[in-house]
Design a protein around this ligand. Structure first.
Ligand code: IMP
Length: 183
């Protein structure tokens, strides 16, 4: 669905499907350059990174492998708890691999910090992060993100894989969710 289909639920559309596509194309060219001559393993973080993984991988004009982790932050609502549980682990050994973690959004960075620490202990040859969206709060996190799609305002957003209570992931655009929906 598109923002127009659920306009009553959004206070603002931040990025359209076309803008997201354009930015992903730029990032794909950068990633192709940076990983030239190296085998690339994309690690998607379910469920949010579903869309960005699908679109980024198809935009890459080179081979890559893909694997998935499913994690869940304890707690619900619109705040990150930073306590993370692995629901599904990778099927791939990371030893000696060039790993690019593909994320939907980095907010406090707590989820990512946990994930990177876990993946680093498996001795990859390199470990970097690409996120489609980043929030201002992440500036206080020591976690380094090599590729960022867009910086967002400090608002709760939905769409392009990002959900509220399981909904809105299939929104092709990204917008600010009307606080009345979660108040
Ligand atoms: P962090 O640990 O604070 O960086 O939060 C990361 C996770 O919180 C993301 O993977 C999302 O699942 C969720 N999240 C943070 N901000 C938003 C948002 O604005 N919309 C939807 N999910 C969000």
């Amino acid at each position: 669905m598109e923002a127009a289909d659920i306009s009553a639920d959004l206070t603002e559309v931040l990025y359209t499907k076309a803008q997201i596509e354009e930015r992903l194309t730029e990032l794909a060219r950068q990633i192709e350059d940076d990983y030239a001559g190296k085998e690339l393993l994309l690690v998607g973080v379910l469920n949010g990174a579903l869309m960005v993984m699908a679109d980024l991988s198809r935009e890459l004009k080179r081979h890559c492998e893909m694997d998935w982790m499913a994690i869940s932050s304890y707690g619900s609502g619109t705040q990150s708890s930073g306590v993370v549980r692995i629901l599904k682990d990778l099927s791939t050994e990371l030893q000696g691999r060039h790993v690019l973690v593909v994320e939907d959004i980095v907010d406090t960075g707590l989820t990512l910090a946990y994930l990177l620490q876990n993946l680093k202990s498996r001795n990859p040859a390199s470990l970097n992060v690409m996120t489609m969206f980043r929030k201002p709060e992440s500036m206080r996190s020591p976690v380094e993100v090599a590729y960022v799609g867009f910086d967002l305002p400090n608002e709760f957003v939905v769409g392009y894989g990002l959900d509220y209570a399981g909904r809105y992931r299939n929104l092709a655009d990204v917008g600010i969710l009307d606080p009345a929906i979660y108040a």
